[in-house]
Design a protein around this ligand. Structure first.
Ligand SMILES: [Zn+2]
Length: 401
């Protein structure tokens, strides 16, 4: 056998893998590790998980109420119509009040002269105008004082000289007001100008009240009078005169007497007015006929009354304030008030150092704080105005909290 050159040699390679080749890309990403504190206990593994699941509704047990029971409940409710839900009302009332400061300014013009010593009365009207009566409360035979009327706003104060000491003042409208004086005259002002002047009583005009019925005035001559201003004059509609004989038996000394008894204070609430005499006589007068109904009260030196039907507050010299209704005693307050005013449904009292507010809505004291005060007035329903001993006039709002 001879040698031959082998040019080519093919050795078929055995295919080791006949699977289809595919190209895949994969990636791995690691989230940051979230660490949190977990309570652990040795040898105790606790799994805590939260899952919202729907609770299968429990099948209610059928409770059968006998028709007799239903009838009894209905009958009991019908019988007990007198269930007094009003008694629950106090729990819903916001009881405590707070005095919110609105404005304060000093009235330099008050500086008393030797011939005057008191802020006798104060009123506050629309457009933030205050009226202050300056003079003396004490008169021997005639007035030798230098009385003045101050009309004051935060920017200006106007002084109006008066002939005799004033005693009472009331706004008739936003622009008009009336001043009653110790000689029995009622003067109607428009701004600082006198519009009309009438001798209305034989004694000091102790109170003035304007309402749709007319002007109700009282006097220490014992008269309670309802009048009407016409364009030229003051027409009397009705007059009632209170004498010692009208006083309840426990107050009057003589069995009957036609001597007049001084009316010191009157306050109206709707069509009724409470009338108080200096010895402790108390009446409710119905307007416009001025029919009187006596309210029982022990003898006492009353100086002012407040009235917000059905509640009456009686302030007497050196005695605690008493709250009552025409039928019954309500409460004695821990203050002997020298100054008082009704502000909306609140009775406000001061003994010149402290202010106590009694709410007619909740029939209890709702404010009691130290506040120096020499004169006080209000503007319904919630504005309280007081003058302190440095002659600063402060306006406050009575607000609930
Ligand atoms: Zn005088």
């Amino acid at each position: 056998m001879e040698d031959v050159d082998l040019h080519e040699f093919h050795l078929p390679r055995r295919r080791r893998d006949d699977r289809e080749v595919s190209f895949n890309t994969t990636s791995v990403q690691t989230e940051p590790i979230q660490k949190k504190d977990a309570q652990t206990e040795a040898d105790d593994h606790v799994d805590v998980g939260c899952q919202t699941v729907q609770q299968p509704a429990e099948k209610p047990d059928n409770v059968r109420i006998d028709q007799k029971v239903v009838d009894m409940i209905i009958e009991a409710l019908n019988e007990n119509e007198k269930i007094n839900f009003d008694r629950l009302l106090p729990f819903h009332l916001r009881e405590n009040v707070h005095l919110e400061h609105v404005a304060s300014y000093k009235i330099d013009e008050i500086n008393f002269t030797e011939a005057e010593s008191d802020v006798i009365a104060m009123r506050y009207g629309t457009s933030r105008r205050s009226l202050l009566l300056l003079g003396s409360r004490h008169h021997e035979t005639f007035c030798s004082h230098q009385p003045r009327l101050l009309i004051s706003t935060s920017s200006t104060t106007t002084t109006v000289p008066l002939a005799v000491c004033p005693f009472s003042v009331a706004f008739r409208s936003a622009s008009q007001f009336a001043v009653g004086d110790s000689s029995g005259r009622l003067t109607l002002f428009s701004g600082q100008n006198v519009v009309q002047e009438e001798k209305i009583h034989n004694g000091c005009v102790t109170s003035i009240d304007f309402s749709t019925h007319g002007v109700l005035t009282s006097s220490d001559d014992g008269e309670l009078k309802l009048s009407q201003f016409t364009a030229t004059e003051l027409v009397t509609i009705k007059t009632v005169r209170l004498t010692v004989g009208d006083l309840p038996r426990n107050i009057r000394k003589a069995s009957s007497s036609s001597k007049n008894v001084a009316i010191v204070s009157v306050q109206r609430s709707a069509s009724e007015a409470v009338v108080a005499t200096e010895t402790g006589g108390l009446w409710i007068a119905r307007l416009p006929l001025l029919t009187l109904r006596s309210v029982a009260l022990p003898a006492q030196p009353i100086h002012s009354v407040l009235f917000q039907s059905p509640y009456i507050a009686v302030c007497a010299q050196g005695q605690p304030v008493v709250i009552l209704t025409a039928e019954s005693f309500v409460e004695q307050l821990p203050i002997s008030a020298t100054i008082s005013t009704r502000c909306g449904s609140h009775f406000v009292f001061s003994d010149s150092k402290r202010i106590v507010i009694w709410s007619c809505a909740s029939a209890k004291i709702c404010y009691d704080a130290n506040l120096p005060c020499t004169a006080m007035t209000s503007f319904p329903p919630d504005t309280l105005v007081y003058l302190d001993d440095s002659h600063n006039l402060t306006t406050l709002l009575i607000t609930y909290y």
